[in-house]
Design a protein around this ligand. Structure first.
Ligand SMILES: [Fe+2]
Ligand SMILES: [Fe+2]
Length: 172
């Protein structure tokens, strides 16, 4: 197990689930609602799990990956992006399934999530692979997957974080 591989794999799952929604029969609102619920749980437990287990450790070992200025900037940016994804999830969940408003919210959520995943893969995962030991990557994968599995049925209550405050709390 490796946290960077687990995150990468789940990003592919998220992309696939958005694609599934896009090709789903538009009159099957029960199916659309069920597919969306699974995706919403995955998006929320994934982001929360990253904030609980991945980003605090990245802050300790990272130096800034890819085109990031430094580890503080890439981490703060990820927490901000997670808030935007939560906003997107809330907007979809608050709209009537299958309505024009719902589809627009799904597209907006997909766009916010896609932008974030690309940056996270390019900066944060790269940074962690370069600086964390294999044991550490294994141990974090176990904690992350456990957290997601425990919360898979009910999901987690989405909580926005102030990116600057979050950073300060986890820097020491
Ligand atoms: Fe992610
Ligand atoms: Fe993320």
């Amino acid at each position: 197990m490796d946290i960077t591989e687990v995150i990468l794999h789940q990003h592919m799952e998220q992309r696939r689930m958005f694609a599934l929604l896009e090709e789903w029969p538009r009159d099957d609102t029960e199916g659309l609602a069920a597919l969306w619920k699974r995706l919403a749980v995955l998006l929320e437990t994934h982001a929360e799990g990253e904030e609980k287990f991945f980003y605090p450790q990245l802050l300790h070992v990272g130096t800034g990956g890819g085109d990031a200025d430094d580890v503080d900037e890439e981490t703060e940016d990820a927490v901000k992006d997670h808030n935007e994804i939560r906003d997107g999830v809330r907007k979809v969940s608050g709209s009537a399934v299958g309505s024009d408003e719902w589809w627009q919210a799904v597209t907006d959520c997909d766009a916010a999530n896609s932008d974030h995943m690309a940056e996270e893969e390019r900066q944060d995962l790269t940074d962690f692979r370069r600086h964390a030991s294999l044991e550490e990557r294994h141990e974090l994968a176990r904690k992350f997957l456990r957290y997601e599995a425990v919360n898979a049925a009910q999901g987690v209550t989405p909580v926005d974080k102030d990116p600057k405050e979050w950073l300060e709390q986890h820097q020491s």
